[in-house]
Design a protein around this ligand. Structure first.
Ligand code: ZN
Length: 438
């Protein structure tokens, strides 16, 4: 087979693409930022291969080739907290974690609740190492009181709306938001934690929180919120996406709603299937403080069940950078959140794939294909004609999470020191190498 007219060829990797059902060793050709051809290894003659200039070959023998990961849930902190993360550094962290697209949450300062701020973020992201998609605010300043101009946000480029960090406590406002969002066919992403039930809580409400004397956030606080939003979603015919599912009851509620045909999707984060609340009392590591909180072994098992049976569609990082001095306080004084872009792949590999819960194809579906489908984003597949957003994975490579190696400006990870397996070898964005592991 003759090959010509390409800028780059990724050679000999095992192509994992749930969309095209490819599971073979193949050579992948890229031209002008797009995937132009996938050819099974061996179908190109040695002579033709020899004619390819070596500088345009990316050797990938023994590696996995996946569509670039898409993270639906990232906090980039710009505008407002550029000391914690900027769009540029957040995208560098994304590239190092294998992500070619990230969706940024609107709880910046000012909040992304108007066209100007959407446009500002998109313009700052123009030359970054990942595509940035904006999630606009449901309500002005995320206060839950007055709807944003949702049509304006969509016109400026918002792909979804969310008050992430806050639950839209007023059901009338959530109802109107679902109705408006429906007109633009965008999902509403719900941070489902009832404010009254969770007020002041800093960890899961359990035997552990009582033992440690810390105020808890009960599972029922999440479950009531999930159930209410499902009910409103069903009633309005809107589209609902539940962020960071963390409890047995939340998984059950979403499973039930899906079986009844409600238009709901859901995501889980690595910390909710990798950690339990008994970790907190060991060192009071403030990087373990997150909303919703890390919970119990039973909850971890339910999340994994939900990932296996498709109740949970996506794996998102909820990458939430915080400055060191803000986390260097008493546990209950620390702001919630941990970074995650650079550790998600390793945690998915170690805790889900190595334990036999998910196949690589399942994991990539949840980290790339499904987020693209839910938000109608480009990518998520290696189909011919797709953008050349590609993650090359060194599946068995062991590595240790080190604070100094994070590309993120903030280092607030509870996984520092953990030994993980599975690492990004190379990330390609629109045919351009944006990350190469050392
Ligand atoms: Zn949230």
């Amino acid at each position: 087979m003759k090959v010509s007219g390409f800028n780059m060829v990724i050679k000999g990797g095992l192509v994992i693409d749930p969309a095209i059902g490819f599971g073979n060793e193949a050579d992948l050709f890229i031209k002008d930022g797009k995937i132009t051809k996938i050819v099974k290894s061996g179908e190109i003659s040695q002579r033709d291969i020899a004619a390819i200039p070596t500088e345009s070959i990316i050797p990938a023998e023994g590696k996995l080739i996946a569509p670039g990961f898409i993270d639906m849930h990232v906090h980039l902190r710009e505008p407002g907290r550029e000391d914690e993360e900027t769009i540029m550094t957040g995208c560098q962290a994304a590239a190092a974690g294998g992500y070619t697209s990230v969706c940024c949450m609107p709880n910046t300062n000012p909040a992304i609740d108007n066209q100007e701020t959407v446009k500002f973020v998109l313009s700052r992201a123009e030359h970054s190492d990942a595509r940035v998609f904006v999630i606009g605010a449901i309500t002005k300043a995320l206060k839950g009181e007055e709807l944003s101009e949702i049509g304006d946000l969509v016109k400026a480029g918002a792909v979804a709306i969310s008050d992430d960090g806050n639950f839209v406590q007023n059901p009338e406002i959530m109802r109107r938001a679902l109705e408006y969002a429906r007109m633009f066919d965008i999902p509403i992403i719900s941070h489902a934690e009832d404010k009254f039930l969770c007020d002041g809580g800093v960890m899961n409400e359990s035997f552990e929180s009582t033992r440690l004397g810390l105020k808890g956030r009960p599972a029922v606080g999440e479950e009531i919120a999930v159930l209410r939003d499902i009910k409103l979603c069903d009633f309005t015919g809107g589209r609902l996406h539940i962020a960071h599912v963390s409890t047995v009851g939340a998984v059950k509620a979403i499973r039930q709603a899906k079986s009844e045909g409600v238009n709901v999707t859901a995501e889980a984060c690595p910390h909710h299937f990798s950690l339990t609340d008994d970790e907190i009392g060991k060192e009071f590591n403030t990087n373990l403080r997150v909303n919703p909180p890390i919970r119990t072994q039973k909850d971890v098992e339910a999340i994994i069940e939900g990932l296996i049976d498709g109740t949970i569609d996506c794996i998102s990082s909820d990458h939430a950078p915080h400055a060191e001095e803000e986390k260097d306080v008493e546990f209950d004084q620390a702001p919630p959140g941990m970074i995650g872009l650079e550790t998600t792949l390793g945690l998915v590999k170690m805790n889900l794939i190595d334990k036999g819960y998910l196949s690589w194809a399942d994991a990539i579906t949840k980290m790339s294909f499904n987020p693209a489908r839910i938000l109608k984003l480009p990518g998520g597949t290696l189909e011919i004609g797709s953008p050349a957003d590609i993650t090359i994975i060194d599946a068995e490579r062991k590595w240790t999470v080190r604070k100094d190696n994070f590309h993120s400006k903030s280092k607030n990870s509870p996984f520092i020191g953990w030994k993980l397996s599975g690492r990004v070898d190379c990330t390609i964005l629109g045919g351009r190498i944006v990350y190469k592991s050392k």
